[in-house]
Design a protein around this ligand. Sequence first.
Ligand code: M6P
Ligand code: ZN
Length: 200
Amino acid sequence: MIIKSSKIQHMEINKLLKKVEVKIDLTTGLMTGKSIVLQKRTIADLKNVFADEKSRLTMPQNQLAYEVQLYLPVLDGTEGGLYFGNTTIYPCKVGNEYMMTKGHFHAKGDRNEYYLCIKGIGYLLLMNEKRECWMEKMTQGSLHFIGANLAHRVINAGIEPLTFLASWPADAGHDYNTIQQNGFSVRLVEVNGQPSVVEV
Ligand code: M6P
Ligand code: ZN
């Protein structure tokens, strides 16, 4: 409907409005919307991720380690496309090593990514192709830019779930093999109740 006010023609805003596909609760990080894909990682899925494989095998294999919500509005591999996700890592240890994501390089190494911590306490572990590692502390509101050719993994070093949002190019891809074969060159373990770095 066209509303006439003085000489300017106004149009009802509703005519132009399209439904917002996804909403994010910024206090929990939870994404809702019909196109959200859910990916669950259990203890069984994390074979050879932790140093203490024996301890991992004694844990309930169906225990949820972390889960990812994905908003994938374009086809996988679309140049120029962007993806968005939310990851929640549950607090737990395998042996004395903190729960963490599998970690990956991007298959297209020059593709970058953002991580934004919503809640919880942990560390973003980064590793370059020379296997040099460094970390950034993740706390509510910390924003992390992951540059080119860096493997990235998030470690929950707290006693609450750690939730972070992420956005990355749709053509970045995940190279899990390099990490599966060689791991990162450091691990984060708990010693006397405190996080401590072990060089591998
Ligand atoms: C973030 C993004 C995703 C990734 C997820 C879990 O949400 O980086 O691409 O899949 O974390 O990390 P990983 O795939 O290493 O287990
Ligand atoms: Zn990534």
